[in-house]
Design a protein around this ligand. Structure first.
Ligand SMILES: *[C@@H]1O[C@H](CO)[C@@H](O)[C@H](O)[C@H]1NC(C)=O
Ligand SMILES: *[C@@H]1O[C@H](CO)[C@@H](O)[C@H](O)[C@H]1NC(C)=O
Ligand SMILES: *[C@@H]1O[C@H](CO)[C@@H](O)[C@H](O)[C@H]1NC(C)=O
Ligand SMILES: *[C@@H]1O[C@H](CO)[C@@H](O)[C@H](O)[C@H]1NC(C)=O
Ligand SMILES: *[C@@H]1O[C@H](CO)[C@@H](O)[C@H](O)[C@H]1NC(C)=O
Ligand SMILES: *[C@@H]1O[C@H](CO)[C@@H](O)[C@H](O)[C@H]1NC(C)=O
Ligand SMILES: *[C@@H]1O[C@H](CO)[C@@H](O)[C@H](O)[C@H]1NC(C)=O
Ligand SMILES: *[C@@H]1O[C@H](CO)[C@@H](O)[C@H](O)[C@H]1NC(C)=O
Length: 793
């Protein structure tokens, strides 16, 4: 079996730039040649009739025999039989064999295996947060802490020894649970408990691509060596752990999962990317993920949480996550996925299928405040989680890195504190002002200051790396300041003969920053696959989230050689972190309303979300230079409010069959070949979704929707309200809905029309440039069922 180089897919791995401390090792290599054998998913749709696993395997084998020379050949090329819900197998084929199979009638599609990655930020954002505790608390207790709901996590595994995964006080396993506990290095059967009720791992697709797993770099077991999987699992379903602190100092607060009594089922599908020098992060293959999803569906999970995505869009029929999710949704499993960290570029969104909840990331109001005090008395705002070893009240000599460089250090890197650039003699015992450089790790500077004997560091932002300074666990006492403030400090240094400063040890403060505000990195709409759907759907906390970590990885993700620290909890940012918040909320809703469908749960979360921040003003967008209001292309319906979602009043429901009708309209009906499309398929915008997007509105569109009454009272009257996007008119017919009982459905039509004399001419919109936004809502004065509208004209 050949071993392909991961380098040929490095566009997928671009985020790993964050680890660039080591240097520019990522190179673009030519794509592998066409004759190479690759992993393919040969997809048949659903299983029909009660077939035994043996029968299914036999049947899949007969297809392989059709293209392979021998029994041995057919057996050895097989990676997986997907045997529960999903009828497919994964095998190593030549392109010719793949195409030969795809011509067979029964074969729905043959999909080439693709790499995905975990959605932590490109730049490993690291600065202030947490979830909305006071509001979520009511819901958590109403849902009995999510007791007996099972959340399936597809990720890099779990660090089972974390306090977050203790099963103290938890009751016996849910009777319906069918999962297993797979063991291996660092993961024994005792690591499964009443919290981690299942654990499995999948790496055949990975090993086909990279060759055998390097067991120094990762565990061949559900144990997490990366940290990411433990982090996401503890966000979704970790126990409450109080007074969590790390890096020997800053008391960060409570680490708690959204659904602390929910059960976790771990499906390890993401593995260390092999590299001699450095763990490069993880990669996940759809062949492996599909096997995990097939098992998870059969095991009996209620929610699937995938903080995994990709940078380029794939059609639903080509996207392993979308296909697996549709099978899950057929069993009414809620699938919550990260939107991706490719913002603020428009349309670089992952996981946009309308049967998935697509989650963006926003800030919370917590900051790790660690100001600088200058010799002239000026106090400057700084952010940090680095432990302070500075003497209290002592003022230290302050120098600018650019003034204390080694003679041979490259001049064009002046002030960046790159490795080896500082003079030991001139830095010793001083606080050094460094600037961030593009493509240089935020830890490079503090490592260099540490190496050169400096007492501390002030890290100044530069415009190219974004506006926000990051609170980081630096190696020396250090704090991060804005570009403007860094220049104030520089000016002070230049103006004095003996400049001095000190860094105040970090404290956690709340309410000092705009929150929620959309993270710069959070992926934006419009939807690249089907612009008739507004994506992402919702936003949740995803910046500086405090959660469990693997004790096998350093908090900075630098190699152990550079960063030997071990932490139980870590701060991490990305849509990877926001997704499990929504998964937890979905689990709580499932616990409170066991009869609600996956779509009802998504609808409840979306229509009750808010577009306002804590002070009741529009949520702002961190990617804009002047903190302009964010749009539904970054937050979807808004910031989730789980406590409100338990009582949404009305829901927009849809089921598996509705999604198939939708796919018929896109001529992508192949996901379930047993389904016959009607002669007049559904127009994509008529799928009953809680938001509306209209690309390229010409004159008028009429969009059908149905709401189901889930309000407690039964009898109710809802009135239509709206704010039309500029240049268009919005109306509903009827515009009053009368309900007599719970469960009753009412249809209505939304008409969206161009104003005859709207100023926008006939220019066609591209990539969201000319979208405008509005909303409509149904209200009975108690509930407010709100949906965003995006229109391009
Ligand atoms: C395996 O991983 C370790 C640690 O990441 C690394 O030092 C070693 O070189 C790797 N071995 C091979 C054969 O790649
Ligand atoms: C957390 O720390 C605070 C202050 O140090 C203390 O008052 C509190 O009792 C601690 N809580 C727990 C659960 O240990
Ligand atoms: C998706 O499929 C459609 C129709 O089959 C095709 O036109 C389009 O280019 C595909 N898009 C992507 C991103 O592959
Ligand atoms: C500095 O210059 C060297 C060679 O002249 C170049 O390779 C390097 O990329 C430059 N670095 C920066 C930060 O401009
Ligand atoms: C947002 O991130 C990009 C890098 O992706 C950066 O160039 C830009 O300056 C950032 N914007 C702000 C306002 O931070
Ligand atoms: C809320 O947003 C407004 C701008 O829309 C901003 O001025 C304000 O500081 C924000 N407040 C909070 C608490 O985020
Ligand atoms: C799915 O919903 C449609 C209405 O949208 C309904 O006619 C159909 O019976 C539902 N199917 C299932 C399997 O619930
Ligand atoms: C366009 O609208 C303006 C008011 O908004 C009105 O005064 C004008 O007559 C309209 N023009 C046409 C051509 O309808």
């Amino acid at each position: 079996m050949e071993k392909s180089s991961f380098l040929c897919h490095c566009h997928v791995l671009l985020l790993l730039l964050l680890l660039l401390l080591i240097g520019p090792f990522i190179q673009q290599a030519a794509s592998s040649s066409n004759n190479q054998k690759k992993a393919y998913i040969v997809y048949f749709g659903e299983h029909h009739g009660e077939k035994s696993v043996e029968e299914i395997k036999e049947r899949h084998h007969s297809y392989l025999m059709y293209v392979k020379e021998s029994e041995e050949d057919a057996k050895s090329c097989l990676l997986y039989n997907y045997k529960h819900s999903i009828n497919a197998f994964a095998a190593i084929l030549t392109p010719q064999q793949a195409s030969k199979l795809s011509e067979l009638d029964e074969v729905v599609s043959v999909i080439e295996s693709k790499k995905y990655r975990m959605e932590t930020t490109r730049s490993w954002e690291f600065s202030g947060v947490e979830e909305d505790k006071p509001t979520i608390n009511d819901l958590v207790s109403r849902a009995n802490y999510g007791k007996d709901v099972v959340i399936g996590m597809l990720d890099s595994g779990v660090w089972p020894n974390s306090k977050s995964f203790s099963d103290k006080g938890m009751g016996p396993l849910p009777k319906s649970w069918k999962g297993i506990c797979q063991t291996g290095p660092a993961f024994q059967s005792a690591h499964c408990n009443r919290k981690i009720i299942g654990a499995r791992y999948y790496l055949k697709g990975y090993e086909h691509h990279f060759g055998r797993l390097n067991e120094t770099a990762d565990y061949r077991s559900p144990c997490d060596k990366d940290g990411h999987g433990s982090h996401t699992a503890s966000i979704a379903g970790g126990r409450r752990v109080y007074n969590v602190s790390a890096f020997g100092g800053v008391a960060w607060g409570t680490a708690s999962g959204g659904a602390p009594w929910a059960r976790l089922a771990i499906y390890k599908v993401c593995w260390a990317i092999p590299n001699q020098m450095k763990a490069l992060g993880n990669v996940c293959f759809d062949t492996d993920m599909l096997a995990a999803m097939d098992d998870a569906i059969a095991d009996g999970v209620d929610v699937l949480s995938l903080s995994i995505g990709k940078s380029e869009p794939y059609n639903y029929t080509d996207d392993g996550i979308a296909i697996g999710a549709l099978h899950a949704v057929k069993k009414d499993i809620v699938v919550s996925c990260s939107a991706g960290n490719y913002g603020p570029t428009p349309s670089a969104l992952s996981n946009v299928a309308p049967w998935i909840i697509t989650v963006g990331a926003s800030t919370v109001d917590r900051e790790f405040y660690s100001p600088v005090i200058l010799g002239n008395g000026l106090k400057i705002k700084g952010l940090s989680v680095a432990p302070s070893k500075l003497e209290r009240k002592k003022m230290y000599p302050l120098v600018y890195a650019g003034d204390i460089m080694n003679p041979h250090a490259p001049r064009n890197q002046s002030g960046l504190c790159v490795a080896g650039s500082l003079s030991h003699e001139k830095a010793k015992g001083k606080i050094v002002l460094c600037f961030r450089g593009e493509g240089i790790s935020r830890f490079a500077g503090s490592l260099e200051v540490q190496r050169s004997g400096g007492a501390g560091m002030i890290l100044g932002n530069v415009p190219a790396v974004g506006r926000r300074p990051h609170a980081d666990p630096h190696f020396v006492p250090a704090t991060a300041v804005s570009y403007e403030d860094a220049n104030v400090i520089l000016k002070y240094i230049k103006s004095r003969t003996n400049p001095t400063a000190t860094i105040v040890p970090p404290v956690t403060i709340y309410g000092s920053r705009p929150a929620p505000a959309m993270a710069n990195f959070s992926s934006r709409g419009p939807n690249p696959i089907d612009p008739h759907f507004l994506k992402p759907d919702i936003t949740a906390p995803g910046v500086d989230i405090l959660a469990a970590w693997s004790e096998q990885d350093s908090p900075t993700k630098l190699s152990k050689y550079l960063d030997p620290r071990i932490v139980q909890y870590n701060l991490y940012s990305g849509t990877s972190m926001s997704c499990p918040h929504v998964s937890a909320a979905a689990a709580l809703l499932r616990a409170i309303h066991p009869t609600w469908s996956q779509a009802a749960i998504r609808s409840a979360l979306m229509t009750t979300s808010t577009t306002n921040n804590k002070s009741g003003q529009p949520i702002t967008d961190d990617s804009t230079p002047d903190n302009s209001p964010a749009t539904p292309f970054s937050f979807g319906s808004g910031h989730f409010r789980p406590s409100k979602a338990a009582d949404p009043g009305l829901v927009y429901d849809s089921n598996y069959t509705d999604y198939l009708h939708y796919l018929c309209g896109l001529k992508m009906n192949s996901i379930d070949p047993s389904f016959t499309c009607p002669p007049r398929p559904l127009h994509p915008h008529d799928l009953n979704y809680p938001s509306i997007a209209v690309p390229q509105l010409r004159d008028v569109v009429r969009i059908k929707r149905t709401v189901t009454n889930v309000g407690g009272g039964g009898k109710s009257v809802y009135f239509f309200k709206s704010e039309a996007p500029p240049g268009v008119a919005v109306s509903a017919s009827p515009n009053i809905l009368y309900f007599n009982r719970v469960g009753e459905r009412k249809k209505f039509t939304i008409t969206i029309s161009r104003k005859v004399n709207s100023s926008s001419s006939s220019r066609r919109s591209k990539k969201g440039e000319e979208y405008s936004f509005g909303w409509f809502a149904w209200s009975d004065e108690i509930h407010y069922v709100r949906s965003p509208i995006a229109v391009s004209t």
